[in-house]
Write a protein that binds this ligand. Structure first.
Ligand code: ADP
Ligand code: MG
Ligand code: ZN
Length: 557
């Protein structure tokens, strides 16, 4: 059946060949296999069900959560002569009814529906009287609690599929599925995990960078001036931020547009149009902007604040360079953003989702603090395993040498253990720097051997360093109302002196000069680890490990 696919692609869509993932997906569907197809936004997922819909008899059902995109898709299909329609809440009852009558007579090759329709038993009864060879589930991550956009109504899909008299093929499509979400999609939609097609998350024309510890406004203004003639998007966290940046850039005579949900429909549409038609070079917006936008010449996407998770980040950043030309994705990071995002998550998420959202936020923070390739970090996040450093990102091109910070790492982790692994980053940094804060003294932490062990440094630097240790998975976070730190198994190996920790030079944590207090401290902490984990003490206090410490200490100072 696949032979029919290519001529259809040419005659209806005018494309001369399939992209690799498309061909795999279409072959699998035409072979009757339930399949999941994970491709980035703009990767061409629609073709994966539109072509099979043309090859197969009957009407393909497409489930999509985005009402506005449904209409666009259907319009495009109608333009090229493919009979298609949609049914969602934007239609009147009569209109929806009429379309369903037409669908029952087999007038459409594709019928797009909103998932909420599946909650109506009348609607399901109608579907039973149609010939449905294929059910395409767009934005399939919406089915998973672990995704970033859970829609309870997606849980009705499998029931619907199951109730149809002739069992249709199921094709799930998404741009953003972590391994955990993929597992969920597969188990809920009865897809064999072997039928997973993942392609092309790497965007070779994008270079990623994370900028920390800079005056953000200044950086932003300089950046825009430097790229004055280019089109770019600035993403900010709140409407207020957008308005402020917008005013600021106007003062700098930048030709800027803005977009957020607090503006009137007309104004918003007008601003979007100005940007799309190159009348404004910069768009300052909240994450409300960009869905379904097809502007190919965006040269940079700059995030003024931390997005809430990697999915959102890659989707937004990925709007740069659609034309394949070199483009930049810059993230300006400041640690106070994490608090803001935490607050937003706490306010807006359903109770049972808060934990998952906080974990995702932490991975976003890890992205900011990793010293490994940023592109690789992203690809690994989305489940691609065989990756290599990109050579373009701000970490790959960072030529500062790295220094040994094993001792500093040991101090921090010792302190975390001393504090009972029940407290957060701020308090830990205060104890390490010898703060006289009331909470520190009330809890008696000023009596700890690790109190003030890093007092020659600022609380902010130590706090950043802790964040770095978290990104290296040496310290882990227990999420909750108050996130608490604990030392991971990998971190314990560092305490036991098994490996080194290295960090890039300009990182501000200063080297400690005197290793002796740490040496005593480590002896104690190692004993504690041994007690809690029932590791035979001789393993910890073996001469080799002690000698190791003694030899290493002067080298690192
Ligand atoms: P997704 O749903 O994965 O975000 P779309 O299905 O909307 O992506 O397709 C994105 C764009 O890719 C479309 O505008 C289409 O023009 C283009 N496209 C899709 N398949 C092909 C192909 N085989 N050859 C060339 N262009 C394609
Ligand atoms: Mg799509
Ligand atoms: Zn890189």
């Amino acid at each position: 059946m696949f032979e029919k696919a290519l001529p259809l692609l040419e005659s209806y869509f005018g494309y001369r060949s399939f992209r690799t993932g498309q061909e795999h997906a279409i072959r699998a569907v035409l072979d009757g296999e339930n399949t999941i197809c994970v491709m980035p936004t703009g990767g061409g997922k629609s073709i994966c069900y539109q072509i099979p819909a043309l090859v197969l008899p009957g009407t393909t059902i497409v489930i999509s959560p985005l009402i506005s995109l449904m209409k666009d898709q259907v319009d495009t299909l109608l333009q090229v002569g493919i009979p298609a329609t949609f049914i969602n809440s934007s239609l009147s009852f009569r209109e929806a009814n009429q379309r369903m009558q037409d669908a029952l007579q087999g007038k459409y090759k594709l019928l797009y529906i909103a998932p909420e329709r599946l909650e109506s038993s009348d609607f399901i009864e109608d579907l039973k009287n149609m010939e449905i060879p294929l059910v395409a589930v767009d934005e399939a991550h919406c089915i998973s609690q672990w995704g970033h956009d859970f829609r309870p109504s997606y849980r009705h899909i499998q029931q619907m599929v199951h109730s149809l008299p002739q069992k249709p093929i199921v094709l799930a499509l998404t741009a953003t599925a972590t391994p955990r979400v993929r597992e969920d999609i597969c188990s809920l939609l009865k897809i064999d995990e072997e039928n997973t097609i993942i392609t092309g998350f790497e965007r070779v024309n994008l270079s990623f960078s994370v900028i920390k510890g800079q005056d953000r406004i200044k950086y932003l203004v300089d950046y825009i001036k430097k790229n004055e003639k280019e089109a770019g998007i600035i993403y900010a966290a709140t409407r207020k931020n957008v308005d402020q940046l917008f005013e600021r850039l106007r003062k700098e005579n930048v030709n800027v547009a803005r977009y957020h949900a607090g503006m009137g429909d007309d104004e918003r549409a007008g601003e979007q149009e100005r940007f799309l038609q190159d009348k404004a070079s910069v768009m300052v917006a909240t994450s409300a902007f960009g869905m379904g936008i097809d502007k190919s010449n965006i040269r940079y996407v700059l995030h003024f604040q931390l997005p809430k998770n990697m999915e959102s980040y890659y989707q937004e950043a990925g709007r740069a360079g659609r034309d394949g030309l070199e483009s930049e994705c810059v993230l300006l990071h400041s640690s106070q953003d994490v608090q803001i995002q935490r607050f937003l998550i706490d306010q807006s998420s359903e109770r049972n989702r808060i934990h998952a959202e906080l974990e995702k936020l932490q991975q976003m923070v890890d992205y900011c603090h990793t010293e490994n390739c940023l592109q690789e970090f992203i690809l690994n996040y989305f489940g691609e395993t065989e990756t290599e450093p990109c050579g373009r990102c701000s970490n790959c091109t960072d030529d500062r040498t790295s220094i040994d910070v094993t001792k500093e790492a040991q101090m921090v982790m010792s302190c975390v253990i001393r504090m009972g692994q029940r407290f957060g980053k701020t308090l830990t940094a205060q104890v390490l720097t010898g703060s006289k804060n009331k909470k520190v003294t009330e809890l008696g932490f000023d009596k700890l051997t690790t109190y003030g062990i890093m007092k020659d440094q600022g609380a902010k630097e130590v706090s950043d360093f802790i964040e770095f240790l978290i990104s290296q998975e040496l310290i882990a976070i227990e999420q909750g109302t108050y996130p608490t730190l604990y030392v991971s198994p990998k971190g314990k190996d560092i305490l036991l002196g098994k490996h080194q920790v290295r960090r890039r030079e300009s990182a501000k944590v200063k080297q400690v000069s005197n290793a002796d207090p740490l040496f005593e401290e480590l002896r104690e902490v190692r004993k504690k680890i041994a007690e809690t984990e029932k590791v035979p003490p001789f393993m910890i206090f073996s001469d080799a490990s002690l000698k190791d410490m003694c030899v290493k200490a002067p080298q690192t100072s």
